[in-house]
Design a protein around this ligand. Structure first.
Ligand SMILES: Cc1cc2nc3c(=O)[nH]c(=O)nc-3n(C[C@H](O)[C@H](O)[C@H](O)COP(=O)(O)OP(=O)(O)OC[C@H]3O[C@@H](n4cnc5c(N)ncnc54)[C@H](O)[C@@H]3O)c2cc1C
Length: 407
């Protein structure tokens, strides 16, 4: 495979910007074009629902320092959206009239917040959280708000609830599930997060369906539940998950996975020659799991951005890393490694759930599928080894043995 002369990257988030930077680190000297809808320099999203929303930091974590892209001769077009890919002609077209030829194309278009198809679901003033501008708008709304309603008790909903409480607002979180983060963590561990937020004064409406949003042309004024209850609010945040942004890939004829991502092989290549998919949109075959996975985590975007650079330059290595993410809420910090099914995998708790000082393991057929450390920070390497090695262990060993000896 000859070295490409022009690499076009669509999507200037963490995955796309990391790919661009890594190409230069690896000595690639050809043209790099990084196309992005956002007008800001590429930034990381995690602080948007944590420090930035709390007001403890004024800036997000930029993927690269100011001046990096110019120094590295990476052409960055911001505020433009790629609207068409012509696979045969190897061209990308954007909404500003730009037409760019590529030898290799990387799609890194990320996700967009899901909306709710209910009456009032398109009212002005319903807030979502994905971009830096969203986070700044939400923070300023929290500062002035007396009552905040958050629809969705996933990671972004719960982190935003913590921030809104720190700003002093009265907060109600609504979810159709019976507990926050239930689908990822299962009943028991999810209960830890529920108690944490309850202790900090969050009101819950769990197992509750949304009938619609109240308000009018001047904005949303609250949420109506299927039970008939109305929750008035100065701020309504809709945090019901994210959907991969695949319209561009789909229109170009690329195959989509059942969960809406862009299908790719273990080396992050789509079926179209020289077209790769990375980050939130990539539904790639993962040899460890023996199936396609699509992971919406910070680490996945960063690591796939790094990984794809090698493959763009001809390495063809499979991407083998296990999913990893972290969250911070009030004084609780946690990290989760792996991919468990909390409905079927066996939960083993090492430490004290009630004290929020523990590591949870999930086991399938006696092997570790995932581990989550909560307010414990000394065993990261051992947890990584246990998950990546799919270690064969017993519940008793996980509870009591030195984890380093098990990995
Ligand atoms: C508020 C928030 C907090 C988060 N916190 C955590 C956390 O604590 N831990 C964790 O592990 N993960 C977290 N995540 C998830 C993680 O940040 C994402 O998985 C990761 O950013 C995905 O990176 P990406 O580059 O694939 O996509 P994105 O970061 O979404 O970047 C994609 C970029 O592509 C651009 N784009 C899309 N379509 C086009 C187009 N057609 N033309 C040009 N540009 C286009 C978009 O504007 C966007 O800038 C968080 C996400 C959010 C929203």
């Amino acid at each position: 495979m000859s070295e490409p002369r022009k690499i076009v990257i669509v999507g200037a988030g963490l995955a796309g910007a990391t790919a661009a930077g890594t190409l230069r680190e690896r000595g690639y000297a050809g043209e790099i074009l990084l196309l992005g809808t956002d007008t800001h320099r590429p930034y990381e999203l995690p602080p948007l629902s944590k420090g930035l929303l709390l007001g403890t930091t004024e800036e997000p974590d930029w993927v690269h320092g100011e001046g990096f892209y110019e120094e590295k001769d990476i052409t960055r077009r911001s505020g433009v959206t790629a609207t068409r890919i012509e696979l045969g002609a190897r061209m990308v077209l954007d909404d500003a009239g730009g037409e760019y030829r590529f030898d290799r194309l990387v799609l890194a278009t990320g996700s967009r917040p899901r909306t709710l198809p209910v009456p009032g679901g398109d009212l002005p003033g319903l807030l979502t959280l994905r971009t830096l501008d969203d986070a700044l708008a939400l923070r300023s709304a929290f500062k002035d708000a007396r009552r905040v309603v958050i629809v969705g008790a996933g990671w972004i909903g719960t982190e935003a609830a913590a921030a809104a409480r720190e700003h002093g607002a009265e907060v109600t979180v609504v979810d159709q599930a019976g507990s926050p983060l239930l689908a990822v963590l299962g009943e028991q561990v999810s209960g830890v997060f529920k108690d944490l937020h309850t202790e900090h004064g969050v009101n819950w409406r769990l197992g509750a369906g949304i009938a619609g949003f109240t308000g009018g042309p001047d904005g949303a004024t609250g949420v109506r539940l299927k039970s008939g209850e109305e929750l008035p609010a100065d701020v309504v945040l809709v945090a019901v998950g994210a959907a991969p942004r695949v319209d561009l890939a789909h229109a170009a004829g690329l195959e989509l996975s059942d969960d809406g991502g862009v299908c790719a092989d273990a080396g992050l290549r789509t079926a179209a020659p020289d077209v790769y998919a990375i980050g939130d949109i990539a539904a790639h075959f993962h040899p460890r799991y023996g199936k396609r996975v699509r992971v919406e985590h910070w680490s996945n975007a960063k690591w796939q951005g790094e990984h794809v650079a090698g493959n763009l330059l001809g390495e063809n290595e499979p991407y083998l890393k296990s999913p990893y993410f972290f969250s911070d809420q009030y004084d609780l910090g946690c990290e989760y490694r792996g991919l468990a099914d909390p409905d079927t995998d066996e939960l083993v708790v090492r430490g004290d759930l009630a004290a929020r000082d523990f590591t949870a393991f999930w086991l399938r057929d006696g092997r570790v599928t995932a581990a989550m450390n909560v307010n414990q920070w000394d065993d990261g390497d051992a947890l990584k080894a246990l998950v990546e090695g799919r270690a064969s262990v017993t519940a008793a060993e996980l509870k009591a043995a030195d984890l380093k000896t098990l990995a």
